[in-house]
Design a protein around this ligand. Structure first.
Ligand SMILES: *Cc1c(COP(=O)(O)O)cnc(C)c1O
Length: 386
């Protein structure tokens, strides 16, 4: 079976993990800090804080921006549920914005009109808006940045797909147009630490708060303490935090993988280039990358064309019968029963997300997907259908 995505682990990754295992610290040692410095260098952000998953990173990012009960967090209708769930962990409410049909990213035009109707009806404006860089193509951050100034919300980028991508010649994670960017290091993502995630930011207070929340809300920084007369072992818990720490074993793998990231991005882009040729005559809409962006091509999402003889689900099943595990990213979050019970969301409010839901399919893309496999996938897509 050919999966839609998978990790690439090489000898240098193994050496790095072995060295961490044989070192003095398995967790809370020097390797987490090194990984964070590596992420800062790579993204260009002033601060990086590594945690045990992107879900945790989203939770801490929202908390660090003061999200709590009574607040609204808005995100795109098409994302993994974790983007929205993390806002519920904070006691906030979630609402969704429709997507752009080309990029599958949050639509700035829909966002503006939703903001304007909230203003007109006296409804609550969002405290935080969360664009998700679908498939590795950055959202229209400039437009979202303008709206954030006009309507006074903060921006968290869910960049779980997008480590290694670029927007207006800056790497994702530089936070040029956002307060915080969040990354995932799950095995199907751009680099892996097994489980893992990180926040990047240019704001030192936000970074310090995320770091403190990662570890129980405990501080050893005198400036943050109430009692300053204290012996060397002394620390204070100043707020309620969590154990969201990443281990040194994982961080060692992360640093090693980060050194390989440019190669991963290159491989994924060349597979996307070759699909562009192999699939061009099929009744499929192929992904288009805006000239403002370089995509990391975490996913390769095609859409079944309007004249196709098969539905997306028929195509999906046929690929599966031929050993190709295509996938679908993602069911619109508002369609999940859990979310439907929270609030009445109307499918009519999300016409592009609904069309996407009917037609999109993710075909395999990952470093190491061979040319023979690419041909096999192309011919399976062709056979007696599309
Ligand atoms: C994978 C993913 C997450 C969650 O990442 P974890 O590291 O598994 O917690 C969140 N948002 C998006 C868009 C993702 O793709």
């Amino acid at each position: 079976m050919i999966p839609y995505g998978k990790q690439s682990i090489n000898q240098s990754d193994l050496v790095a993990v072995e060295a961490a295992l044989l070192s003095e610290y398995l967790t809370q040692g020097p390797r987490v800090k090194e990984f964070e410095r590596d992420l800062e260098r790579y993204t260009g952000a002033k601060h990086a804080v590594a945690v045990n998953s992107a879900t945790s990173a989203l939770h801490l990012a929202y908390l660090a921006l003061g999200v709590g009960p009574g607040d609204e967090v808005w995100t795109t209708a098409i994302s993994f549920v974790a983007t929205a769930n993390a806002a519920l962990y904070c006691g906030a409410s979630v609402d969704f914005v429709d997507i752009e049909p080309q990029s599958f990213n949050i639509c700035p035009v829909s966002l503006r009109s939703k903001l304007e109707s909230a203003v007109a009806s006296g409804a609550k404006l969002p405290k935080v808006v969360v664009p998700v860089h679908m498939a590795g193509q950055p959202a229209n951050m400039q437009a979202i940045g303008h709206l954030s100034k006009e309507f006074g919300f903060r921006v968290v980028e869910d960049a779980s797909h997008a480590l290694g991508s670029e927007y207006l010649d800056k790497r994702t994670g530089s936070c040029e147009f956002s307060d915080i960017a969040v990354f995932s290091f799950h095995p199907v993502k751009m680099i892996t630490t097994g489980e893992g995630g990180a926040c990047t930011t240019n704001n030192p207070e936000i970074a310090a708060r995320i770091e403190r929340l990662r570890s129980h809300g405990i501080t050893r920084d005198l400036k943050e303490m109430k009692n300053t007369e204290r012996p060397p072992y002394y620390y204070e818990q100043v707020e309620l935090g969590f154990n969201y720490r990443i281990t040194d074993i994982q961080a060692a793998l992360g640093s090693s993988q980060l050194r390989r990231l440019d190669e991963f991005v290159h491989d994924r882009n060349s597979i996307a280039g070759s699909y562009g040729i192999l699939l061009r005559d099929l009744d499929l809409d192929l992904p288009k990358v805006s000239s403002a962006c370089k995509s990391s091509f975490h996913l390769y999402i095609v859409r079944v064309g309007s004249n196709a003889v098969e539905t997306r689900d028929q195509l999906f099943m046929r690929l599966r019968d031929r050993g190709i595990l295509a996938n679908f990213h993602y069911i619109p979050i508002y369609r999940h029963p859990f979310y439907q019970e929270k609030r009445q969301y109307y499918a009519d409010d999300f016409p592009e997300a609904e069309k996407y839901f009917d037609t999109a399919i993710s075909i395999p893309i990952y470093p190491g997907l061979s040319q023979i496999e690419q041909l096999q996938i192309a011919s399976a897509l062709k056979a007696d259908g599309a």
